[in-house]
Ligand binder design. Structure first.
Ligand code: KIV
Ligand code: NA
Length: 255
């Protein structure tokens, strides 16, 4: 699974991956926010619509942003159902046992739900930062309980983010639904990374669980700078890169 936020990223990713996630990471990756909390339903719908227009063959999952699934079942169902009406196949939401009831309500409305446990970025303020979760006995056992609650509630898969590899392995082995890991070691059923992290398009510090396969930011910037240099030296555009008037008409406009 990887993320896509627009038609270009969706077209690049679609032939490669099984699942495309329109993540609320769009907030920090594309929109310049420091975290995902300012991301709204309007922003998510805008990006989902762009991805959905490419009609991906991959399963298309849309991320429920902060406050879009907290206020009431009615509002949550309307938000999630709106994602499906815009072309998503499923929604994802963060949180454990306390979200089981709303997960059940969504599944009852025929809306498939992917869960998300561990270092859930929407909880940054209660976690006291982006910190690995499940590192003491209490938290590890709570995560396993949360995973089983979400499975019971009807989630079809779980993202496990930022937890020790052994804990992710234990969760994966004890669940019947697949797990998709990010910073959760090699034993998950699948893996997810943010598109811009894999391709080196994120400028800032990348966490240790990211493997970058191309320094895309520098590669693209270097190519752009060659074009700018060609413009400044007058070697772009050439006659071959320009349109011409029909024979005789250049004289006509000269007068
Ligand atoms: O928003 C996102 O990109 C995510 C994935 C990293 C799982 O939630
Ligand atoms: Na997310």
């Amino acid at each position: 699974m990887t993320t896509a936020y627009d038609a270009v990223t969706a077209r690049i990713a679609d032939p490669i991956v099984d699942i495309i996630l329109v993540g609320d990471s769009v907030g920090n990756v594309c929109l310049g926010f420091d975290n995902t909390l300012p991301v709204s339903m309007a922003m998510m719908n805008h990006h989902l619509e762009a991805v959905a227009r490419t009609k991906p063959r991959a399963l298309l999952v849309a991320d429920m942003p902060f406050l879009s699934f907290h206020l009431s079942p009615e509002e949550t169902i309307r938000n999630a159902g709106g994602f499906l009406q815009r072309g998503a196949d499923a929604v994802k939401l963060e949180g454990g046992a306390k979200r089981a009831e709303i997960v059940r309500a969504l599944v009852d409305c025929e809306i498939p739900v992917m869960g998300h446990l561990g270092l859930t970025p929407q909880s940054v303020n209660v976690m006291g930062g982006f910190k690995v979760q499940g590192r003491n006995a209490d938290n590890a056992l709570r995560l396993l309980d949360d995973a089983h609650c979400l499975q019971e509630a009807g989630c079809f898969a779980l993202v496990l983010e930022g937890i020790p590899a052994e804990l992710a392995a234990r969760a994966t082995n004890s669940l019947t639904i697949p797990t998709i890991g990010i910073g959760a070691g090699p034993s998950c059923s699948g893996q997810v990374l943010v598109f811009h992290d894999v391709l080196g398009l994120t400028e800032s510090h990348r966490p240790k669980f990211v493997r970058t396969y191309v320094e895309g930011f520098l590669l693209l910037q270097e190519a752009l700078s060659r074009w700018a240099a060609d413009v400044r030296t007058g070697t772009f555009p050439t006659p071959q890169e320009s349109y011409r008037l029909p024979e005789g008409l250049s004289d006509a406009i000269a007068n």
